[in-house]
Design a protein. Structure first.
Length: 147
């Protein structure tokens, strides 16, 4: 488990660093195979621009009707986790699997968890990482969760 403060700080640091020296690639790769928790979190951060329309599971999942990307969807729930006195954590996992085309992948889950008395929820994403080269398959993102 990773405390949300660490994740929030990482997001803030990457967003405040200024523009990159060169345009970033639209492809995201994980550093380790199989993906470790840090790789899964970095993959989600690197995929923040993936449109929610990537999957019907992501329809109307944000905290605001204007949420259009994976990053905005997750940022809304992360912002709700910032209130003091609540129990919040990040869950990550990966398991070997196959893509729809039969390619070897790791199926990765990233879930933001929250508990405050009877208020319990977990919202996140599931995505695939190609085993051969560690490429995050942007079109594989689905949204998960319940509250």
């Amino acid at each position: 488990m990773i405390r949300i403060g660490i994740l929030t700080a990482a997001v803030l640091l990457t967003s405040c660093a200024g523009p990159p020296a060169q345009a970033p690639s639209s492809q995201v790769f994980v550093a380790h195979r199989p993906p470790q928790p840090k790789d899964i979190i970095e993959a989600v951060m690197g995929s923040q621009a993936v449109a929610l329309k990537v999957s019907s599971t992501c329809s109307n999942v944000g905290t605001e009707p204007t949420d259009q990307t994976i990053g905005r969807y997750l940022a809304g729930f992360m912002a709700n986790m910032a209130e003091p006195g609540k129990t919040n954590w990040v869950e990550t996992k990966s398991a070997a699997g196959k893509s729809e085309s039969g390619e070897a992948v790791w199926i990765c889950d990233f879930v933001l968890r929250h508990e405050d008395g009877d208020d319990r929820w977990g919202w996140g994403v599931r995505f695939q990482v190609r085993q051969s080269d560690g490429l995050v398959l942007a079109q594989s993102f689905t949204c998960t969760g319940a509250g």
